[in-house]
Design a binder for this molecule. Structure first.
Ligand code: AMP
Length: 181
């Protein structure tokens, strides 16, 4: 089955084609319809199986066009937060949707400027995300889709209390996608 049959938006399909993908991977085949339908998801998927596109493509389709901060992806490491934001940006290249990566170890200036400009998708590590929330620069009350990626690693790294706090700040009616290895 091709990507075309999965009901992704025209603009997101163009992004998939530009990425050079022809056929969906098994996790993409199974997850994309669930996410497009608005359902919650718990999936076990290793890096390398195509799991980033499994959530990014239907999430971007659901967003449609630029609005407010509606998607939060939590990642255990800076590298993953950056990598996932790059994937979202690539797939969204034919839309007007905006993405930002928020992670520690770099200055606040550029990330803060992106937030001020207005973003649709945030890919973040828990610590740096909370810095912006506590500083009053970001609120999670507009989040419609929460993606908890590499949950097992986040818990191993001791992020449970901060992840719980972040989840509690998102609206109760949100869609939640949960990925673990
Ligand atoms: P991930 O598991 O999300 O880290 O993806 C692993 C690698 O597979 C990345 O380099 C993706 O660009 C690539 N990839 C993901 N989905 C597909 C697909 N349907 N066809 C070809 N490559 C893909």
């Amino acid at each position: 089955m091709a990507f075309k049959a999965l009901n992704l938006s025209e603009n997101v399909l163009r992004g998939v084609q530009a990425a050079g993908y022809t056929d969906p991977t098994p996790i993409q085949l199974r997850a994309i319809p669930v996410v497009l339908g608005g359902g919650d998801l718990i999936a076990s998927a290793q890096t390398g199986t195509g799991k980033t596109a499994a959530f990014a493509l239907p999430v971007l389709t659901r967003l449609g066009q630029h609005g407010r901060a509606r998607v939060l992806v939590l990642e255990p490491t800076r590298e993953l937060a950056a990598q996932v934001e790059t994937a979202f940006r690539d797939f969204a290249r034919f839309t007007d949707l905006r993405t930002v990566a928020l992670f520690g170890g770099v200055g606040y200036g550029a990330q803060r400027a992106e937030l001020k400009r207005g973003v649709d998708v945030i890919s973040a590590t828990p610590g740096r995300l909370v810095d912006y929330i506590k500083g009053g620069e970001l609120s999670l009350n507009t989040i419609e889709i929460l993606v908890l990626d590499e949950v097992d690693r986040m818990l191993d790294m001791g992020f449970l209390p901060v992840v719980k706090d972040i989840i509690a700040r998102c609206p109760k009616g949100r869609q939640t996608l949960f990925f673990s290895a």
